[in-house]
Design a protein around this ligand. Sequence first.
Ligand code: HEM
Length: 404
Amino acid sequence: MAHFTKATSVKDWLNQRLAIEKVEKVMASEYWIPKNINFLWAMGMVLAITFALLLVSGIFLLMYYQPDVKDAFYSVNYTIMRDVDFGWLWRHVHGVAASVVFLIIYIHMFTGIYYGSYKKGREMIWVSGMLLFVTFSAEAFSGYMLPWGQMSYWAGMVITNIFSLGGLHLDGLVEWIRGDYVPAQAFLTRFFMLHVLLLPLAIMGLIGLHFAALRIPHVNNQDGEEIDFDVEAKKYLAGDKASSKVIRFANDFMSKDLMVVGFFLIFFFYLVFFQYGFALDPVNFDPADGLKTPAHIYPEWYFLWSYEILRPFSVNIGLIAFGFAQVIFVLLPWLDRSPNAVPASRRGAFSIWFWLLLIDMIVLTAMGKLPPEGMFSTIGLVAAVAFILLWVALPFITMNEKKV
Ligand code: HEM
């Protein structure tokens, strides 16, 4: 057993048993951050804070929500929204955070793509990030089922039906997922379990993995500079803070992170109090009715781009294109063949690729919301084909990129 001495303080007592000083150094005061990064690097912290807001507001909603097909709609729209003091506030915080978290995730992802932060040594940061994206998507979808309104019911019906379409014909799987022939009590109960227990646990584990994956390669920087963190940290600790290229995470860099979080929270609570409508679909204010299909069934804005990749093709090709869109981002570190971990602006053809992909996904999102008729379906088809071609072209574009 280790040697223990009489403790001189509570901190010393804990230190002997939990090595808190060492943990504090590894996680905070000797966690080195490059000086040359901009506000976009605060998005990770903004995401962590938004997830905390989702957890806290979700716990309050859980105190009154009833996971029962007879009561769910009323427990949300009457009990929480009208009877419980400030129930509306927790619901608006939860709904707005669920939408805004995807906006920040997309900004965070595209920052990573622009600066090449998924390259050699950082693959696990990227892969754990993509796993977070998938689990967040499942979390949002399962949460959308819970108010048991018209959109909950019909979105649940359409998405689970995907497995029975075209050549797939996995009707047994669809029944197995639903626990019934149509979305009903078994369906609501299992999506409730996923939403409040299994997926949040998975997200917390994945955030831990994402942070751990950052520890060895360290965060990238906006100049594509290769920094020797050991040398720069020694300089800093020796007192040469001005010429060292790094600073401590806590409290130095964290103060900058928290300033961005502060601006974000002003924007966030402005949305919660004055613009919450965008996060609540009007069709979902009608209780679920299996005999009345809504005129247009479309997902939330953050799923529209991948929905639009499914829609313009014939069933089987659409399913393949949809499957492709779901996995292709994970493979980015291996599809980009260039070793250059520098901003896209210095990478020639890759820069054009980056902006085309971003614009294409915005077009797909806009078309996904519109009914698939006339011009819109043609634009949707062109954008979906362009999405696939862009990814197929990536290895060829990056293979011959000059080393910078
Ligand atoms: C909601 C969950 C997420 C949280 C809480 C989170 C948190 C963080 C934090 C705190 C950082 C370090 C600081 C920064 O660069 O912002 C980071 C970096 C990173 N994240 Fe995430 N992230 C999440 C989702 C994602 C997703 C979906 C991706 C995309 C695949 C991703 C990819 C990355 C990459 C590539 C870096 C490295 C940036 C660099 O080295 O410069 N993250 N993340």
